[in-house]
Design a protein around this ligand. Structure first.
Ligand code: DX5
Ligand code: ZN
Length: 230
């Protein structure tokens, strides 16, 4: 099934890191049926970031949920030596696989290896990493993810300077005629979603504000949709 796009331009990627893991499938299904587009899956290894989350087995477990609901599995690798694990995440069913520029000395090789396995390739970078780091690879990627918190944990606050970085990457993509998705991750809620979309983002990741927000999952997603509709 094709990816849904309920807002016309801005997709919502609920981050399951903030979900209740005792009923993960149910929570994931609820988020998509309520209007989420991609399921964002945060992979942390305790080396690249100071937290451990999940591995390919969880991606594989969510694959049937994605197929049934029309969601795409958006896998964000926050791990050392990502090249070693690319085949495992592709085989597990990732639709998008995003690697950190800080985690590899061979970015072009790893992006190509993802694409060779039939998966959309993304690159991302930490808030303090200069945007020039992604410039050489931009023509080859399907997705750029701007981290708006330091990776490792959900529930952090959006770093305000991220908005200027989003706008800058939007210009960089326009300059080369790229149609790559521009995704933003960390501290996003209905209060700042419109500003982030206006800066040029077209995929918003949200964990805490969807799964741990003040309302139900469906209510929290509806609040995003209302905010994005202006
Ligand atoms: C942070 C993760 C984020 C996180 C977002 O390392 O990459 O995807 O789950 O969570 P919130 O929306 O709670 O900031
Ligand atoms: Zn993430």
């Amino acid at each position: 099934m094709a990816s849904k796009n309920l807002t016309g331009e801005t997709l919502l990627a609920p981050s399951i890191l903030a979900a209740d893991f005792s009923c993960l499938g149910q929570q994931a299904r609820e988020a998509i049926e309520a209007g989420g587009d991609w399921l964002h899956i945060d992979i942390m290894d305790g080396h690249f970031v100071p937290n451990i989350s999940m591995g390919p087995i969880v991606v594989k477990a969510l694959r049937p949920v994605a197929d049934e609901t029309g969601a795409l599995l958006d896998v964000h690798l926050m791990i050392a030596d990502p090249a070693r694990y690319i085949p495992a995440f592709c085989e597990a069913g990732a639709d998008r696989l995003t690697v950190h520029v800080e985690s590899t000395h061979h970015l072009q090789r790893i992006v190509q290896s993802i694409k060779d396995l039939g998966v959309k390739a993304g690159v991302t970078l930490n808030p303090a990493t200069p945007l020039e780091m992604i410039a050489p690879i931009l023509p080859e990627v399907d997705l750029v993810l701007i981290m708006s918190v330091n990776p490792g944990f959900g529930g952090q606050s959006y770093i305000p300077s991220s908005t200027a970085r989003i706008a800058q990457v939007r210009r960089m993509l326009a300059d080369i005629g790229s149609q790559a998705w521009l995704e933003v991750d960390g501290g996003i809620d209905p209060g700042n979603a419109a500003e982030i979309a206006a800066a040029g983002a077209n995929v918003l990741v949200a964990g805490s504000s969807i799964f741990r927000g003040s309302g139900s999952v469906a209510g929290n997603i509806a609040a995003f949709r209302a905010a994005l509709a202006g």
